[in-house]
Design a protein around this ligand. Structure first.
Ligand code: SOE
Length: 388
């Protein structure tokens, strides 16, 4: 059967633009059953020289420098928002007004008010929407979801999430956009806590109240002279203010009675992309660590007494989620595949006229938790996201 073409406009060409465009390219090759075939139509960014190079490298038909013109084009079906956070709301809202499907990078917005306006825009214009909480789509995480839904670990008591990185420990690391509140909204909080909040909501349930703490270790850094696509760049000689958090932690109570701890930092030397959670239930425990993403640890209290202990499941057998589309058993996959799976699921949902999952509603719920933690940290009290 001939595929239906879906013309994609990608706004933003740095790290996430690279990850998303790879996903649109890979998806047709590994998931040929999909009804839609994404076409890399146009990539958009402000710097003409860089965006032209990105178009060529990632395989886009065209490049452009004005996102407003791009999202208004009749030949565009899907707008992918891969920009820094301050542009998520304006681009998504405008794209929705033009009737486009919108897939947006996380966190949904830089604050709750913007996130609400985005949800209003997609609802009012009746467009499909999705958000790149890509770690839901790691086979081990999707498998953990399956196990939890089947009751394998019983009633959940604890969620213990940590997302640790170390790429800004050097005080001479430049003031990149992720360290500027007016662009990123927050620091490690929106960047990394957003991921573990989403995983907690996905695997455990809604968060009822939070009590948080946020901290900035290095308050001034050299300004950025030249950006690269690897989170950093070249430092200038002048100094500028760091206006976001370097570390953000909080306690949480879930609506279903579970309790949780969340910790995100960019100051954990040796931890490169340590997105780890441990979930303890009445019948067992589950552990995931992105740094060993092809494995899932499982402890079962129902094992014979002399045999109890964490087993390490290699989630690369054909039976694990998404895996049969890739390589023979035991052949591992990586970070980029999580984006491909997310795009796969979104395209499948769209072809069935369903809403992709996760979507802007998930982004909004996450944003409310992020904001509740910020208020809690500033006012030193427990805060309920539902009351914001
Ligand atoms: C940088 O901290 C970063 O690339 C995040 O922006 C991503 O969302 C995360 O998946 C990996 O780390």
């Amino acid at each position: 059967m001939a595929k239906r073409k879906l013309n994609v406009a990608l706004i933003g060409y740095q790290f996430m633009g690279k990850a998303h465009s790879n996903a649109y390219r890979q998806v047709r090759h590994f998931f040929p059953e999909l009804e839609y075939e994404p076409v890399l139509k146009v990539i958009c960014g402000r710097n003409e020289e860089r965006v032209r190079a990105a178009a060529e490298k990632y395989g886009f038909e065209e490049y452009a420098t004005d996102w407003q013109q791009v999202v208004a084009r009749d030949d565009i079906d899907l707008v992918d928002v891969s920009t820094p956070g301050n542009l998520h709301a304006p681009i998504s809202i405008e794209a929705a007004k033009h009737g486009k499907i919108v897939l947006c990078e996380k966190p949904l917005a830089n604050n709750l008010a913007e996130a609400r306006a985005m949800v209003e825009a997609v609802e009012q214009n009746g467009v499909k929407h999705g958000i790149f909480f890509n770690y839901r789509k790691a086979p081990a995480v999707a498998f953990a979801k399956q196990l939890i839904s089947e009751g394998v670990i019983g009633t959940i008591y604890h969620f213990r999430g940590t997302y640790l990185q170390d790429w800004i420990v050097d005080p001479n690391f430049p003031l990149v956009w992720r360290l500027r509140k007016e662009i990123a909204g927050s620091g490690v909080h929106g960047d990394l806590n957003a991921h573990i909040i989403d995983l907690a909501r996905y695997l455990v349930g809604e968060i009822e109240e939070v009590c948080g703490m946020m901290h900035t270790f290095i308050k001034q850094r050299p300004v950025l002279k030249e950006v690269d696509d690897r989170l950093g760049g070249q430092a200038g000689t002048e100094m500028g203010e760091v206006t976001v958090d370097d570390a953000a932690m909080f306690l949480a109570r879930f609506e279903n009675g579970a309790i949780g701890t969340f910790e995100a930092t960019r100051f954990a030397l040796g931890r490169k992309n340590y997105n780890r959670f441990e979930i303890n239930g009445s019948k067992g425990s589950i552990v995931f660590n992105l740094e060993r993403m092809n494995e899932l640890e499982l402890y079962l209290e129902t094992d014979p007494p002399g045999m109890r202990g964490f087993r390490t499941i290699q989630v690369t057998e054909g039976v694990h989620p998404y895996i049969s589309a890739w390589w023979p058993p035991g052949h591992i996959i990586g970070y980029e595949h999580t984006f491909t799976h997310l795009v796969r699921d979104a395209l499948e949902a769209i072809s069935k006229n369903e809403l992709p999952s996760p979507n802007f509603y998930d982004g909004l719920k996450c944003q409310a938790v992020l904001e509740a933690v910020e208020i809690s940290a500033n006012e030193r009290r427990w805060v309920k996201p539902s009351e914001l």
